[in-house]
Design a protein around this ligand. Structure first.
Ligand code: ATP
Ligand code: MG
Length: 388
């Protein structure tokens, strides 16, 4: 029997005249996310996308991949049944037997996209439900809290039957909402911040500040691993690895210890802004959260922000507790990598008594002692771009 993957999407449906633009972006991303050796078809009709592989054995892997494509609200394996009552009844009993044998209660829901079909939705529910009830006498019908809902969708060519919908990642298709540059550290917060922005349809690239030899190859590998996990949601993620040692050493040499972190963060922002402008990104993203560390007091965030000249800085986790950020990190699969104990460039140069209420004038005075322009242009000239 023919099987395929049925994909449903949510918010896009509300898009009015722009809807085709979002739908096309979603179909493109779905095709991109299919296994390289995929053979089959992808098409869209009536707010559903159908992925039909020649080999049904690949369906589980396709479903796994689809749960990481933003814009999708649910994914299911569906069976194509003939469009007549007996065909739907027998077919449903046969293909759903492995599931129905495992559970105790069910209900049937029907959708009739083909309005010419001679039965109404309630009639389909009743007739298919009754048949399944007879065929699996251990089952009870529970319309309020069924263990499984059996769906029957009568469409143009077939009646599709399925149950066990897998929840999708939600959000908007990547690429439907411009592009932004993520400041990606090896920590917990920045991958989550990237994920949250990408979820709204924003394509990502990333910058990572790397202070060799103070931070080693393993620290870089860690960041690239995080990037790879993120790239499953935000494909074609370019990580710009910025050599940052010279800049940090200069700051350490010429600026007061209590200002080190804030000046370093301002420099990071300026370099990231340059990378963003060069690569067509329209915003910066950081994993900053109010009060998390000394450099993230409101005053410190303000002075950091003032280093950015034109772009907005998005901070999706700004109001979240660490615990809430960790929950998302676990859910998206970055947590285990983020907690690996490698040095980050920030931790090495962290002063004992950082200034938690920095004043811009004082910071600018200290920055006078640096050749900021050269530090920035040297760092940018040394960038290594790694595509994930
Ligand atoms: P994270 O915030 O990702 O857990 P962290 O806690 O080590 O990492 P913070 O010191 O909190 O980093 O820095 C705040 C933000 O600055 C990070 O979320 C990240 O966006 C950015 N950042 C810090 N260090 C780096 C780095 N080495 N490369 C790129 N971005 C960085
Ligand atoms: Mg942090």
């Amino acid at each position: 029997m023919k099987q395929l993957v049925l994909i449903k999407y949510g918010e896009i449906i509300l898009k009015g005249l722009n809807r085709p633009f979002f739908e096309e972006a979603l179909v493109k991303n779905i095709k991109d996310a299919l296994p390289k050796d995929f053979h089959g078809t992808v098409h869209r009709a009536q707010a559903t996308i159908y992925v039909e592989p020649e080999d049904p054995a690949t369906i589980d892997e396709i479903i796994r991949r689809m749960t990481k494509v933003f814009g999708i609200t649910s994914v299911t394996r569906a069976y194509c049944l003939p469009k007549d009552l007996a065909g739907m009844q027998k077919g449903a009993a046969e293909v759903l037997a492995p599931v129905l044998n495992q559970i105790h209660s069910f209900k049937v829901e029907a959708k009739r996209a083909d309005k010419k079909f001679p039965m109404t939705s309630p009639e389909i529910c009743r007739e298919v439900g009754g048949y399944l009830h007879d065929a699996f006498p251990h089952l009870t019908v529970d319309v309020n809290h069924p263990e499984e809902t059996v769906m029957v969708e009568v469409r143009e060519e077939y009646a599709y039957v399925y149950c066990g919908r897998v929840k999708g990642a939600g959000g908007m298709p990547i690429g439907s909402n411009s592009k932004a540059t993520l400041l990606l550290s090896g920590g917990i917060d920045s991958p989550v911040a990237g994920y949250m922005t990408a979820k709204r349809g924003v394509k990502l690239n990333a910058v990572h500040f790397f202070s060799y030899p103070y931070t080693g190859e393993r620290a870089k590998e860690k960041v690239l691993t995080l990037g790879k996990i993120l790239a499953e949601y935000a494909p074609r993620l370019d990580v710009h690895v910025v050599p940052f040692t010279e800049a940090q050493l200069a700051i350490k040499k010429y600026c007061p210890p209590e200002q080190l972190t804030i000046i370093m963060r301002r420099l990071m922002m300026q370099i990231a802004e340059q990378v963003a402008l060069k690569t067509g990104a329209k915003a910066l993203i950081t994993g900053e959260s109010i009060g998390q560390v000394a450099s993230q007091t409101v005053e410190a965030l303000t002075v950091t922000n003032q280093a950015v000249k034109t772009l907005p800085v998005f901070r999706p986790v700004i109001g979240m507790d660490k615990e809430e950020i960790v929950t998302i990190a676990r859910q998206i699969g970055t947590f285990e990598t983020s907690i690996l104990p490698y040095e980050d460039c920030c931790t090495i140069f962290t002063p004992k008594h950082p200034n938690t209420k920095p004043k811009l004038e004082r910071i600018l005075e200290s920055e006078q002692k640096l050749d900021t322009e050269k530090l920035i242009s040297d760092a940018i000239a040394g960038i290594e771009i790694i595509r994930l």
